[in-house]
Design a protein around this ligand. Structure first.
Ligand code: PLP
Length: 444
């Protein structure tokens, strides 16, 4: 329940960017002298949509963000996925408050970690044991180490346009052609790390077969429902092909469900598509907005992880009691009715955006809890297709939405995250703003 001061503050806020953004501009100016690019994670700077500065957030309430100038926005970023219940959900706030009162970290085991591991295992049939980490990056990096240890092989296959965190070897992007040897996508990635990564186009069975035929592969790592090039679902049979290829070549299949896990279905994309991973990477919703992630899989694989086994991996704040409390509180809200509701809200947003785009060359793709309006007439099936979108038009669209009190991802290559705090009114408001924003985007 909102306190009196929160309610008063609410009255002083304005929808549709009406209050200007002077304070955000001022803060960004200062931040640029102190933080690289003024932010702690690149996309937040909003550079790719050509904003002079991002908006600095003062607080979140349900499905809304309020910036430091008092503007109110319908939030379609939701912290890039964790906030499936929206901002400051009472059950999460209370769980974190209660946990904090008992101490913020012990560096020793707690009951909550066991409960959370059991909850994960109950949702993911392929996950018998888990190891928690603080970020998805750490979880995917550690899953790769385990896969390499288990197979005694070095090379991994990843898909162009997939993101698994800023793990050195996984920043490699595709070159042209079929399976292309990775090249460093960022300075600082060693040639050796890049050589151990083969990048294959998503949804391309043939390129995958070639990559596996020509190399001794430790693991295929994939987002089973890619959302980091916008939402580009697997074509029918592609995930089955991944599973079969991994089995045939003695490689492990690592499914990165950092976005899809706990979101697209109770048991993530593995439940949605009926595919089974050897190792699963999880994060975002798992920590309910606090830093928590995990990797898990079959018992005999996970028992290679120290101290049960010889594959070293550790973390000062892994399984942090606040993060565990937030994660458990979040997962407890996510029952069958919640997933049904999330599906309804997603469908309404996708349909509303389609209608708002009208005849313009936009294709709206969705999966439960995820939506992407691609600025191209047909939905893409891989990263090359996503990259061919009209990025300038998306930038104009996103800027126009911000000015109308809607906070979209500041990139064509990110999903819009639907939460259970969104409602029909917020969606309809978004779609009204989108109709104007689409018109402006295509005016040039
Ligand atoms: C699919 C996927 N895997 C891994 C990560 C990395 O997670 P984190 O940002 O917590 O390191 C992300 C982050 O967006 C992601 O989307």
């Amino acid at each position: 329940m909102a306190t009196v001061s929160e309610a008063q503050a609410k009255d002083e806020t304005t929808a549709a960017g009406g209050a200007g953004t002077a304070r955000s501009a001022e803060l960004f100016e200062r931040a640029q002298g102190l933080l690289p690019g003024g932010v702690n994670s690149p996309v937040r700077a909003m550079r790719s949509i050509g904003r002079e500065h991002p908006v600095f957030i003062e607080r979140g309430e349900g499905c809304e963000l309020v910036d430091v100038d008092g503007n109110r926005y319908v939030d379609w970023v939701c912290s890039w996925g964790p906030l499936i219940l929206g901002h400051a959900h009472p059950a999460v706030v209370e769980a974190v408050r209660a946990a904090a009162a008992r101490g913020t970290s012990y560096g020793a085991p707690t009951e909550g970690e066991v409960e959370l591991a059991a909850e994960i295992s109950a949702r993911f049939g392929s996950v018998e044991m888990v190891r928690m980490t603080s970020s998805g990056t750490e979880a995917s990096m550690s899953a790769l180490r385990l896969a390499r240890a288990a197979t005694g092989r070095d090379v991994v296959v990843k898909f162009a346009g997939a993101y698994h965190g800023h793990v050195d070897g996984l920043l490699a992007e595709a070159g042209s052609g079929l399976a292309t040897q990775g090249i460093p996508a960022s300075p600082g990635v060693t040639a050796a790390q890049a050589r151990d990564t083969i990048v294959v186009p998503w949804n391309d069975d043939e390129a995958l077969s070639l990559a596996l035929h020509d190399n001794e592969i430790a693991a295929i790592i994939a987002e089973p429902l890619p959302a980091n090039m916008g939402v580009v679902p697997p074509e029918p049979g592609f995930l089955e092909a991944l599973r079969a290829a991994a089995d045939e070549h003695g490689a492990l299949l690592i499914l990165d469900e950092v976005i899809s896990g706990f979101r697209v279905a109770r048991g993530g994309a593995q439940e949605l598509y009926g595919v089974r991973a050897d190792l699963t990477v999880m994060g975002k919703v798992l920590g309910g907005g606090l830093p928590a992630a995990a990797y898990g899989g079959r018992r005999e694989l996970m028992e290679r992880v120290a101290p049960a086994g010889d594959v070293y991996q550790a973390g000062t704040l892994s399984g942090n009691p606040l993060a565990v409390a937030a994660g458990l509180a979040t997962l407890r809200e996510l029952d069958a009715a919640a997933y049904e509701r999330l599906g309804e809200l997603t469908d309404r947003l996708a349909a509303g955006l389609r209608e708002a785009a009208d005849e313009r060359p936009v294709s709206v793709v969705s999966a439960p809890g995820l939506v992407t309006p691609f600025f191209r007439p047909e939905p893409p099936s891989d990263f090359a297709g996503a990259a061919a979108c009209d990025l300038d038009a998306y930038a104009r669209f996103a800027r126009a939405l911000l000015e109308r009190g809607v906070y979209p991802p500041a990139s064509q290559f990110e999903a819009w995250f639907v939460s259970l705090a969104h409602d029909e009114a917020a969606i309809d408001r978004t779609c009204e703003a989108a109709a104007e924003a689409f018109a402006l985007a295509f005016e040039g």
